[in-house]
Design a protein around this ligand. Structure first.
Ligand code: PRT
Ligand code: MG
Length: 217
């Protein structure tokens, strides 16, 4: 069996925070995706290559076996559903939280108490739907692909569900966090067939990632 491995990563924080884990597995990526326009990056191991994809596309590449393994945020995995993916390790990287935020002038608690129907803009429809259903809050969800923070400022929505790390994006836009939905970190995802067929090559890398992420935690 061909033991060539393809790892799917997204540019930015996931790539940056995965580099030390790769290093722990003896792998060095030959080029910097921020500088190169290449979407396929070789590593020092001729049997291992990295592909650069959109963060929300990582599970799809791995699900279909176009990548053998990848790194994706829990937010992305919950929206994808995780079909065809084995999720062995929480890498404890790219940490943030998913929260409900509103304009500083909006009395969220009161709106909820009164049973008002809320308009909520988000990229995270699955998580938002579950969160508000569990609270018994009626919502109309508006799907956005980015810049959710703008929603309440221009009257598109009463609230947003978005990721928060330092909180400075919310502050800069006069929004306040009113509910913490869940903590988010990135996980290693592995194609289920690759796990069986390429175990010999894959397992030592998974073990190194596991050890390195535990050391960090
Ligand atoms: O940027 P692009 O549209 O290509 O895709 P993406 O936003 O999905 O990718 P990327 O690389 O930005 O995020 C990849 C993963 O990093 C996400 O899926 C999360 O699991 C994780 N992560 C960790 C974050 C953040 N922290 C984060 N702060 N993803 C996004 N943000 C954004 C957030 O949406 C908000 O706009 O940063 C802003 C808030 O940051 P603070 O520090 O101002 O609170
Ligand atoms: Mg982003």
């Amino acid at each position: 069996m061909d033991q060539k491995l393809t790892l799917a990563l997204s540019k930015g924080r996931i790539f940056e925070e995965t580099l030390p884990l790769l290093k722990a597995a003896g792998l060095v990526v030959a080029e910097d995706p921020e500088k190169s326009r290449k979407l396929i990056l070789p590593t020092n191991d001729p049997q291992v290559q990295v592909i650069i994809v959109r963060a929300s596309d990582v599970p799809t590449y791995v699900q279909y076996g176009a990548a053998d393994f990848g790194v994706a945020g829990k937010d992305v995995l919950l929206e994808h559903g995780g079909e065809g993916l084995y999720q062995p390790i929480d890498l404890d990287i790219a940490k943030c939280r998913m929260s409900v935020a509103v304009h500083a002038g909006f009395d969220y608690a009161n709106a909820v108490r009164q049973g008002a129907r809320l308009r909520v803009a988000t990229k995270y429809l699955q998580v938002a739907r579950q969160h508000f259903a569990a609270k018994g809050v009626h919502v109309d969800l508006i799907k956005l692909y980015g810049s959710m923070e703008l929603g309440p400022l221009v009257g598109l929505s009463d609230a947003i569900v978005d990721l928060v790390s330092t909180g400075s994006t919310l502050r800069a836009n006069n929004l306040i966090e009113v509910e913490h939905i869940m903590d988010i970190s990135s996980r290693l995802v592995v194609n289920q067939a690759a796990l069986k067929l390429k175990r010999e090559k894959l397992q030592p890398i998974l073990d190194a990632f596991d050890r390195a992420s535990r050391r960090k935690a």
